[in-house]
Write a protein that binds this ligand. Sequence first.
Ligand SMILES: NC(=O)c1ccc[n+]([C@@H]2O[C@H](COP(=O)([O-])OP(=O)(O)OC[C@H]3O[C@@H](n4cnc5c(N)ncnc54)[C@H](OP(=O)(O)O)[C@@H]3O)[C@@H](O)[C@H]2O)c1
Length: 259
Amino acid sequence: MASRVCDSVLVTGSNRGIGLEFVRQLADSPSPPDQIFAGCRDPNGSSAQELQELAKKHQDVITVVQLETDSPASITEVSKLMEAKLNDKGLNLIINNAGVSIPGSLAETGKKEMMEAYSTNVVGPLLITKEFHPLLCKAAAQFPHQTDMSCRRSAVINVSSLLSSITICPGNFSRAPLYPYRISKAALNMLTCCLAEDFRKDGILVMALHPGWVQTEMGGSQAPLTTTESITGMLKVIAILTEKDSGRLLDWEGKSIPW
Ligand SMILES: NC(=O)c1ccc[n+]([C@@H]2O[C@H](COP(=O)([O-])OP(=O)(O)OC[C@H]3O[C@@H](n4cnc5c(N)ncnc54)[C@H](OP(=O)(O)O)[C@@H]3O)[C@@H](O)[C@H]2O)c1
């Protein structure tokens, strides 16, 4: 990743898996953002140790923020802190990465499982994007003569999944009959479309990205992709997104996935 993706970015769920690798590759890049806000539920817990070590190594760039993505109080608290640190420049990029995969055949799925998946995978990204909309607008307005959209200017990336695709579902349902996960990620896709239309007037790009099947706690050890490969690919895609990608679902190699 040679050129700078953006000046400022918030990555949610960044203490492990895909989120942690996003923060690592952004910070280690030859031209890192000025500010990386690494959202994490429990910054002082053992599961955040690797992130804290990374933040110590890049202390001028990474700020670890306590962020429970489906808690309005937590989101408001973080946005106040970030606004103060951003010095009136606004926030260029949000990567709504935090997510849960609730295993669930129909027999295993009840109200609790559905609500938990919906709360983290859909309500969280909605609340976060809504709260940070003014800061995204502020960042977009720093490019007054530019009509193009990009992550460098102002954007929201929702980390979705191939399993969200209604078109592809008949071909892969039997391998992963995960009702809460599939349904919540399909709703995240609709949120992506709604936000893309809503924010077009503000110059803010909104799209959904599938990371591939990745070796994380969620993806399991049999997954074909390492986090390094997935995030290297996604950052290449993120760097070249334009207006025509707003409201689309792409994979980690930039290939379009049908809704
Ligand atoms: N791995 C794959 O193969 C794959 C494939 C397609 C899509 N995805 C998507 O990629 C994203 C990241 O997945 P991953 O594989 O890295 O999963 P992971 O290893 O299970 O990590 C999930 C991350 O989300 C955080 N999180 C969950 N609920 C949260 C909440 N309410 N508030 C704040 N943080 C929360 C977790 O924090 P805690 O440590 O506090 O729990 C953790 O940091 C997810 O959206 C997932 O759906 C993954």
